[in-house]
Design a protein around this ligand. Structure first.
Ligand code: ZN
Length: 472
């Protein structure tokens, strides 16, 4: 009898130790995806006159819709949240429900402090003041107190001319497919995207492609895929500058940067893939030429809204220097009247953002006090479920984003290398690939920070100073 008891205790202890180890590994694997501690409060600071703050009494089960001016189109609900014990292991989420409106927005595991829930679609649903909005937490709770609702009047008008600027092929689709499909838009992609390692031998693919072939494929994608959103090749151009070199080009404005040897892309040949009069003849592969290209496009399109990467919150250097090139061209053209809409395809805090599965709402990205570079306001573009489906098709049509099969190369790899990613995914409870844009970008919201051309240029300049000073 005592022998059986000892055996039972040993088995129970082994199970407990194994379970504890698995949960610790799960948390460790998840936390590795973050450059900050989820217990830090986020900060949002908007300085424009079109942003207002309304005090709202919030209980554990929701709040009452306040009186909103008719021109308000965006809203961020500031909640002081705390993940429950299970919210350290499972994705915490806030469910929002009012009449026929339903939404769910996910936050990071173990979250504690101020976070901003995006209620712009709730505002757009025009539910009458005084109606109750139900909030329900999954693995999360919040302080029932007076909270702040940040509202913004930033909107796109029918007569706006929109220029979407993408550092690489697919950035325009990830950030702004819904926006460009719904407006009078022109798309300019700066680089050919030849730096992609997706089709390299060491990445375990069936078919390996040279840099030149990757460049042709991605330039072609960036010119043709926008047609899913109604933007034809006469208004979708790729300037074909080299991927990953914009910072170097900026440092040496008249240096040529396209000589990569025999395997390298053919700059002039790539540009001939374009079908638009927006492409200038006689361009050379220098920063000065890039700015000249952009000046020609700005003077032809005369955009009232320019959509570009946020120079600081999106930390990819090609993204920051794309915005720098646009700002230089704007200044040279004397473009004063208009607004910049900044997007963040990459994120300084975590590449997992937006959190949660495709189709769920997009809460504000994690922004800490040291990341703040003021913008005037914000704009969240609403995508219908049909538009989200089209966006999925557009992203899936991009060769560099779609899931490529790897049967032959997979067999050639040792079994442990094939199973390692699956084990990691099982451990951290996230689907593979972790930062897939098919999960992160197919959402009902496309979020932008907005500011004037003048403030945007200033913000870009301050970012370049930070980059030069080595601030990360
Ligand atoms: Zn990019």
């Amino acid at each position: 009898m005592s022998g059986l008891l000892v055996f039972g205790v040993v088995i129970a202890s082994s199970v407990a130790v194994t379970l504890g180890l698995a949960l610790t590994l799960r948390q460790w694997a998840y936390r590795r995806q973050f450059n900050y501690r989820p217990i830090e409060s986020c900060v949002a600071r908007f300085t424009g006159s079109n942003v207002g703050r309304i005090s709202v009494r919030c209980s554990r089960d929701g709040f009452v819709i306040p009186d909103l001016k008719p021109d308000v189109v965006g809203g961020l609900l500031e909640l002081d949240v705390r993940a429950t014990v299970t919210g350290s292991l499972c994705d915490p989420a806030v469910e929002i429900e009012a009449q026929k409106y339903r939404d769910v927005q996910f936050l990071e595991r173990g979250v504690r402090g101020i976070r901003f829930i995006n209620v712009s679609r709730l505002v757009a649903a025009r539910i009458a003041a005084g109606e109750k909005v139900k909030l329900r937490g999954r693995h999360i709770a919040w302080c029932d107190d007076t909270i702040r609702l940040h509202v913004c009047c930033e909107r796109l008008n029918d007569n706006d001319r929109v220029l979407v600027v993408a550092p690489h092929p697919d950035d325009a689709e990830i950030a702004a497919f819904g926006l460009y499909a719904d407006t009078n838009s022109t798309i300019v992609t700066i680089t050919s995207g030849d730096g992609s390692d997706r089709f390299r031998d060491d990445n375990g693919v069936n078919v390996c492609l040279s840099r030149a072939a990757v460049a042709r494929m991605r330039v072609w994608d960036s010119i043709t895929v926008p047609q899913f959103g109604g933007v034809g090749p006469e208004r979708a151009v790729n300037l074909c500058y080299p991927d990953g070199k914009l910072q170097l080009m900026h440092a040496e404005p008249n240096g040529a940067f396209c000589s990569d040897g025999d395997d390298g892309p053919d700059f002039a040949g790539l540009r001939r893939l374009n079908r638009s009069p927006l492409i200038l003849d006689g361009a050379v592969c220098t920063w000065e030429s890039l700015v000249r290209d952009l000046r020609h496009i700005l003077s032809t399109v005369q955009p009232t809204v320019i959509v570009a990467p946020h120079p600081w919150l999106d930390p990819h250097l090609d993204h920051a220097f794309t915005t720098a090139a646009v700002c230089e061209a704007m200044q040279a053209e004397g473009l004063i009247e208009g607004r910049l809409f900044f997007y963040t395809n990459h994120n300084r805090c975590s590449e997992l953002w937006p959190f949660g599965p495709a189709g769920s709402g997009v809460a504000l990205l994690p922004m800490l006090a040291e990341h703040i570079l003021e913008c005037d306001g914000f704009y969240s573009h609403v995508l219908s479920s049909e538009r989200q489906g089209e966006k999925f098709l557009a992203l899936e049509a991009m060769h560099d984003l779609r899931d490529v099969g790897t049967p032959q190369a997979g067999l050639a790899r040792p079994p442990w290398r094939r199973t390692r990613p699956e084990i990691a995914a099982a451990l951290n409870g996230l689907r593979r690939p972790l930062a897939s844009y098919m999960r992160r970008a197919v959402r009902p919201d496309e979020f932008f920070f907005t500011t004037s051309f003048a403030n945007g240029r200033e913000l870009s300049k301050r970012t370049l100073n930070r980059v030069a000073a080595g601030v990360s």
